[in-house]
Design a protein around this ligand. Structure first.
Ligand code: TYD
Length: 211
């Protein structure tokens, strides 16, 4: 079976990963790479519906474990319907957020045991791991100020305390340290063009055949 490549983008709020992804698209198109980009939670109808439940500002009653399970449900359906078929067709699939978001947010930040989050992740994905994860690291204050000054909608999780965002960042840094083979850290406090260049370089280094 042909196997594609799975790249995931991770980072705290305001790291700019979604903007970087948009800048990456024309570069991949120019190289005639056959790719699919998508996001979590969402990417397909059922998972977008779950996303609405998770992120609705009025749903403050959702506790950490419910949130974890909803993310996992959205993840599994999205993998089954969109990601695995694209990988099986030999495509490059780029997902904006994946398993490490659950470990950073629901694990390190919300305080669910990291081992439990990993177990749920594994259950939802049947053990599928990204071939490469780009972690966009930015200081909490810079990330949050970008979120608040941008024109993007502010969701329930954006409104959480700064303390939570600091824990998210510390969580990501721990995950990156523990998975040096899979995760490349990109300094996202730099100007956008530098961040895009670092992103392209990381992909080129790991998959020279793509360019
Ligand atoms: P989104 O608007 O996509 O944020 P961003 O542009 O920062 O990716 O909202 C996704 C939110 O969901 C974001 O705050 C991170 C959070 N999240 C988790 O807490 N756990 C998860 O497993 C995933 C996939 C996302």
């Amino acid at each position: 079976m042909i196997k594609g490549i799975l790249i995931t983008l991770e980072g705290p709020e305001g790291a700019g990963k979604t903007t970087v992804l948009q800048q990456l698209l024309p570069i991949l198109e120019k190289q005639q790479v056959s790719f699919v980009t998508t996001r979590e939670p969402g990417g397909i109808r059922i998972a977008e519906q779950i996303r609405e439940i998770i992120l609705a500002p009025e749903n403050t009653a959702i506790d950490g474990k419910t949130e974890l399970l909803l993310f996992a449900a959205a993840r599994r359906q999205h993998l089954n319907e969109k990601v695995r078929p694209a990988l099986a067709a030999g495509k490059l699939v780029i997902i904006d957020r994946f398993i490490d978001s659950s470990v950073a947010y629901q694990g390190y930040a919300r305080g669910i045991e990291v081992a439990d989050v990993e177990m749920i992740n594994n259950f939802a994905t049947d053990g599928l791991l990204p071939d490469l994860t780009l972690y966009f690291d930015v200081e909490t204050a810079i990330g949050l100020s970008r979120v608040m000054s941008g024109d993007r909608e502010v969701n329930r999780l954006d409104l959480e305390a700064q303390d939570m965002h600091q824990k998210v960042r510390a969580g990501y840094q721990a995950i990156a340290k523990a998975n040096p083979q899979r995760i490349v850290t990109i300094d996202a406090s730099n100007p956008l063009e530098d961040v895009v260049a670092a992103t392209v370089l990381a992909i080129q280094t790991k998959f020279p055949e793509l360019f």
